[in-house]
Design a protein around this ligand. Structure first.
Ligand code: SF4
Length: 272
């Protein structure tokens, strides 16, 4: 069985393939879906995780057998730059392997400047990589409350800027959007910084019914008004779109694979 897998459901909107390096995460986000998905208790999941056993061997075996021409996301489960037992050394080794096999990759993390330690490898990927962060709050106190051990908003914003200035394709995930006003402020900030190439926009789902009182139609329209004139790449997730059918979106804005990292015209292996 391949260690790189095809996500399904809402996760599929993010990426055609994914790879999980650490099963657990020290960031401790209150809205994290992973313990529920893995049927683990919070105290078993919000830990300083170890890398998965034999992950490098299993990955190499997978890459020798399969050719991936569409992006592999690091990671759906865990954060590859959280406070783990090996200082994200396995993340670095995984990236080196993926690059050696010319795999297109997307990295999503709330680790802030920890991500920059692998800037040299990101650069080696060239246009086969996109590196991003989740942006939820500009307000530091709100961020500390809901994402207690993740990098603070300013650090995440600064990291995006540095990545972009270094020629790395960047993306920002606005999922969850918890308070639309906060997310809109963050979008404006990234536009002013010119630090994001691709935006993925969704909403909070299934968390203490906190998503019930917002006007999602207004939020979606506000995002469109802000982003469409800039020509930035934007994808609006189904969970948000379905609550605002009155907002007209383009084919590109509703196609989850429009802006993923991919390789065109690569010969597939006999195993595909
Ligand atoms: S960073 Fe992601 S995996 Fe880690 S606790 Fe937060 S939501 Fe969960």
């Amino acid at each position: 069985m391949s260690i790189i897998y095809k996500p399904c459901g809402m996760a599929r909107e993010y990426s055609p393939y994914a790879l999980n390096i650490y099963i657990g995460c020290s960031h401790g986000c209150k809205y994290c879906y992973a313990p529920h998905t893995l049927q683990r208790r919070g105290e078993e999941y919000f830990i300083k995780p170890e890398p998965r056993k034999d992950i490098l061997k299993l990955l190499e075996k997978d890459l020798q057998k399969n050719v991936y021409t569409e992006q592999v996301l690091l990671s759906f489960v865990g954060d590859v730059y959280c406070d783990n037992t090996d200082g994200s050394q396995t993340t670095r080794e995984v990236l080196k392997l993926l690059n050696a096999y010319k795999v297109p990759v997307a990295v999503l993390s709330k680790g802030g400047k920890k991500m920059l330690r692998d800037l040299d490898i990101f650069k080696e990927f060239g246009d086969r990589i996109s590196v991003g962060t989740t942006l939820t709050f500009l307000d530091e106190e709100k961020s500390k409350l809901l994402e207690p051990n993740a990098a603070l908003p300013e650090e995440r914003l600064e990291t995006l800027k540095i990545l972009h200035e270094n020629g790395i394709k960047t993306f920002a995930s606005f999922e969850p959007t918890i308070e639309p006003e906060e997310s809109l402020k963050l979008i404006k900030r990234t536009l002013a910084d010119n630090s994001v190439d691709h935006y993925k926009i969704g909403k909070l789902n299934n968390f203490r019914r906190e998503d019930k009182w917002q006007d999602w139609g207004k939020y979606l329209q506000d995002c469109v008004n802000l982003l469409r004139p800039t020509g930035k790449q934007v994808y609006y997730k189904f969970c948000l779109r379905k609550l605002a059918p009155e907002v007209e979106l383009t084919d590109e804005e509703i196609n989850p694979d429009e802006y993923i990292v991919k390789i065109k015209n690569k010969q597939l292996s006999i195993y595909d």
